[in-house]
Design a protein around this ligand. Structure first.
Ligand code: 2AM
Ligand code: CA
Length: 263
């Protein structure tokens, strides 16, 4: 099957906008009684599930016989040549607390390679898009990473695992020990924060304990923008490996030297 990625990107962006409006409208009306706990500190509501169902219906139309890997499991995973990796609502904790940001994250994989990524932030109306072999865009304007090359005064985002194990606790306390001269932000949406590195808002981002749907689209958009993404061992298992370090590329080695000492 030969896909026209430009046409597909237009279709997927349009769908992200439509379902993004649904997310935005429902946030305004969300009742506390509609919020469920998936685990410690891990929220979900009917909105995540409904948005995912709507998204799957549309994406099935755009690429016939693709598989799906989704956060809310509304469709069963089957291995196929093409796979959509989607999170209908990344940043659910923000969402249920009536905060920003949150996003829809959509990636398309061909065999082992991501070829399309869309991350849409409905509150800011910011659409990050990328397809293979082309520069990524934010609302149609080309984006690229910063050229910061030292940790001193760099602007770094990170996230705290819901399950704060001893290892996670070490990562947290050692982060401040080893990156003491950087500025930190913790915004609560891995998909969006990867795009912040891609668009030059952050110099770097790292997080342990993530899933493929949190990172597949954002990591691809960042790579297309000239950034670098690895796992915590500087390897390439950052989509399924549950942890990732994402930088503007120039900072990667300096960050990795410290990441290795975080555990
Ligand atoms: P979510 O909002 O869909 O749960 C916040 O730390 C960011 O990391 C969010 O993008 C959140 O996705 C994601 N995340 C995924 N798994 C996580 C985990 N086990 N602990 C903390 N954050 C997680
Ligand atoms: Ca998520």
């Amino acid at each position: 099957m030969n896909l026209d990625l430009n046409i597909l990107l237009t279709q997927v962006s349009q769908t992200a906008k439509e379902i993004g409006s649904y997310l935005k409208n429902e946030q305004a009306n969300l009742k506390q009684s509609a919020i469920e706990m998936k685990g410690l500190r891990d929220y979900v509501s009917y909105v995540d599930k409904e948005a995912e169902k709507q998204l799957v219906v549309k994406l099935k139309d755009y690429v016939s016989d693709a598989g799906f890997l989704t956060e809310e499991d509304t469709v069963e995973y089957e291995k196929k040549e093409y796979t959509w990796i989607i999170d209908p609502l990344d940043g659910t904790s923000n969402y249920v607390h009536d905060l920003a940001p949150y996003a829809m994250s959509i990636a398309l994989m061909h065999k082992e390679e991501v070829i399309l990524g869309v991350v849409y932030d409905p509150l800011a109306d910011e659409m990050y898009t990328a397809i293979k072999n082309e520069k990524p865009r934010l609302n149609n304007n080309i984006i690229s990473v910063t050229d910061k090359d030292e940790i001193l005064n760099s602007f770094i985002g990170f996230g705290i695992p819901y399950d704060v194990t001893t290892e996670a606790r070490n990562i947290l306390s050692n982060t401040f020990k080893h990156f003491g001269n950087a500025s930190f932000r913790l915004k609560g949406s891995a998909a969006i924060e990867l795009c912040y590195v891609a668009s030059g808002r952050y110099d770097a981002y790292f997080h342990s304990d993530l899933s493929a749907w949190d990172v597949a689209a954002g990591a691809f958009i960042l790579q297309q923008a000239g950034g670098k993404v690895t796992d915590f061992r500087c390897g390439s298992n950052y989509i399924f490996g549950k942890e990732l370090v994402a930088t503007n590329s120039k900072l990667h080695n300096a960050i990795m030297k410290n990441i290795i000492n975080l555990r």
